[in-house]
Design a protein around this ligand. Structure first.
Ligand SMILES: NC(=O)C1=CN([C@@H]2O[C@H](COP(=O)(O)OP(=O)(O)OC[C@H]3O[C@@H](n4cnc5c(N)ncnc54)[C@H](O)[C@@H]3O)[C@@H](O)[C@H]2O)C=CC1
Ligand SMILES: O=C(O)[C@H]1O[C@H](OP(=O)(O)OP(=O)(O)OC[C@H]2O[C@@H](n3ccc(=O)[nH]c3=O)[C@H](O)[C@@H]2O)[C@H](O)[C@@H](O)[C@@H]1O
Length: 440
């Protein structure tokens, strides 16, 4: 099938590469010429495990190409995937300007039937806006061409995006007409060889399903963070509690890890956007309001712990910080809790040496050339002269560290672990103080 992907970011590039991998002929469009230049030169503008190899293989096979030409992109695919960003507007609602611009471009240039597939995360009713934008452009041109608009939200996780796309738990397709639905079914058929994964529904339900999924996952995290803070006060251990409740299949083990709050480009913005949609429609989502408040507070948990350990005075202290990305296996720093922690330390007069295997460039770009933040080339190098070690992202390479080396390097043998990576007894066995989230 001939497919165009509009927007070559985390979702667009992964979608394009994976659909090409299944034998489709894919053209990816981006308005950012820098990204397209990198891709056309055989590079990858983002870090995502397995993606580079897949992109190269499909480019070499002639199934995947990149362009900045809107005309070429609209002409290419019968299926036009919109995978542009939907960042938060000032009031928290999803900013749909990129989605609408993409739709207008399609309307301006299409010459035959197209299925416009919305893969970006968008509020309920956006498909109607997309449909309307295309209709207006066609009317302007004085032409009548058939098209369909469908919703096909994406559920991939960064850091595991290729795997998630290739082996989806489910493929949600919201469609209101049979012609588009049949093309979408054919497209996703190869992804469900073992069992039925395609879930078909109306467009508005598909749009809401995406927000409901992210909101539910965010709710689990905030719930566990709140319980972890309670466990700490009560002398219980949240890791035991997590296993104790996760073993109930009605609850399950996933997304019950307490930490320094959820970050990333999606949970924070999607929780806010759903709240906004609800309030615009006269509904107050009480649970989600609390989820967001708990998360905002949890990002300060590590600073509170440091205040406790250093008698409320961090002036002149220096800290080693392991992990900058909002989660492992990505270079994405959007809404990363590390940014709140670093800024909080600087405000309190402390300095930081940070280490991250992948995200240092992104961190530098976002934080700028700020005084008081340095970057180390290895986890152990970050420890030099530090008053304590702070763990913010659970990269695998931090799992079995050289504890005696850590103890020797730190001025005070203290690890504050925002991701509960270690067995407290093991760490304390190396005569290190250990303070994790919700642990004894
Ligand atoms: N990042 C993730 O893990 C996931 C993101 N999503 C959703 O997918 C959407 C895209 O997210 P990301 O890929 O993370 O965004 P991104 O910011 O990485 O990529 C968006 C790309 O679209 C391009 N773009 C903007 N306007 C354009 C236009 N008119 N024509 C062509 N290209 C244009 C931008 O230059 C950028 O490269 C968002 O709605 C997001 O909520 C959904 C599931 C997972
Ligand atoms: O809509 C999206 O963009 C995506 O958002 C999330 O994916 P992602 O943001 O890539 O990362 P997650 O693995 O969900 O982690 C999000 C945040 O929650 C935190 N988290 C996650 C799980 C957990 O148990 N505890 C916890 O604190 C992570 O550290 C991270 O900061 C969802 O998991 C995807 O299904 C969805 O497609």
């Amino acid at each position: 099938m001939k497919i165009s992907i509009i927007g070559t970011g985390y979702v667009g590039l992964v979608t394009g590469a994976c659909l090409a991998e299944m034998g489709n002929n894919v053209l990816c469009l981006d308005v950012d010429p820098r990204k397209i230049e990198i891709l056309n030169n055989g590079g990858i503008p983002i870090y995502e495990p397995g993606l580079e190899v897949m992109v190269k293989r499909n480019v070499a096979a002639g199934r995947l190409a990149f362009t900045t030409s809107v005309e070429a992109s609209v002409a290419h695919g019968t299926l036009q995937f919109i995978a542009v960003g939907t960042p938060p507007d000032e009031d928290g609602s999803a900013d749909l300007q990129y989605v609408v611009a993409a739709a207008r471009n399609i309307g301006r240039h299409m010459a035959e039937y197209k299925v416009v597939v919305d893969k970006s995360t968008v509020p309920v009713g956006t498909a109607d806006r997309v449909r309307e934008a295309i209709r207006e452009e066609l009317a302007q041109r004085g032409v009548q061409i058939d098209y369909s608009v469908v919703s096909n939200p994406e559920f991939l996780k960064e850091g595991a995006a290729v795997d998630d796309f290739m082996r989806p738990d489910r493929v949600v397709i919201g469609a209101d007409d049979e012609r588009a639905l049949s093309l979408m079914r054919n497209l996703y058929q190869p992804f469900q060889r073992n069992h039925e994964r395609i879930i078909i529904m109306d467009v508005r339900s598909a749009e809401l399903t995406k927000y409901a999924a992210n909101a539910m996952l965010a709710t689990r995290i905030s719930f566990m963070n709140e319980l972890a803070n309670l466990a700490e006060v009560m002398g219980a251990d949240i890791e035991h509690v997590r296993k104790g409740i996760g073993s109930d299949p009605r609850i399950g083990y996933h997304f019950l890890y307490p930490g320094v709050g959820y970050g990333g480009s999606c949970f924070p913005k999607d929780v806010q956007a759903l709240q906004r949609t609800a309030s615009e429609n006269g509904i107050n989502l009480h649970v989600l309001n609390a989820v967001e408040r708990v998360n905002d507070a949890q990002k300060f948990r590590m600073l509170q712990k440091l205040d406790k350990h250093f008698d409320g005075d961090l002036q002149g202290r220096h800290f080693a910080l392991w992990g900058l990305a909002f989660k492992p296996n990505t270079d994405d720093m959007r809404d990363a809790p590390s940014l709140v922690i670093i800024r909080g330390l600087l405000e309190r007069g402390a300095t930081v040496t940070a280490y991250d295997p992948i995200a240092v460039h992104e961190a530098q770009r976002i934080l700028g050339n700020v005084e008081g933040v340095r970057y180390a080339s290895s986890p152990m190098n970050a420890l030099e002269g530090a008053d304590a070690l702070l763990i913010v992202t659970e990269w695998k390479e931090f799992r079995s560290p050289d504890f005696p080396g850590i103890k020797a390097a730190l001025k005070r043998p203290l690890i504050v672990d925002g991701r509960n990576m270690y067995d407290p007894a093991l760490v304390r066995g190396f005569e290190l103080e250990y303070d994790a989230i919700g642990r004894k």
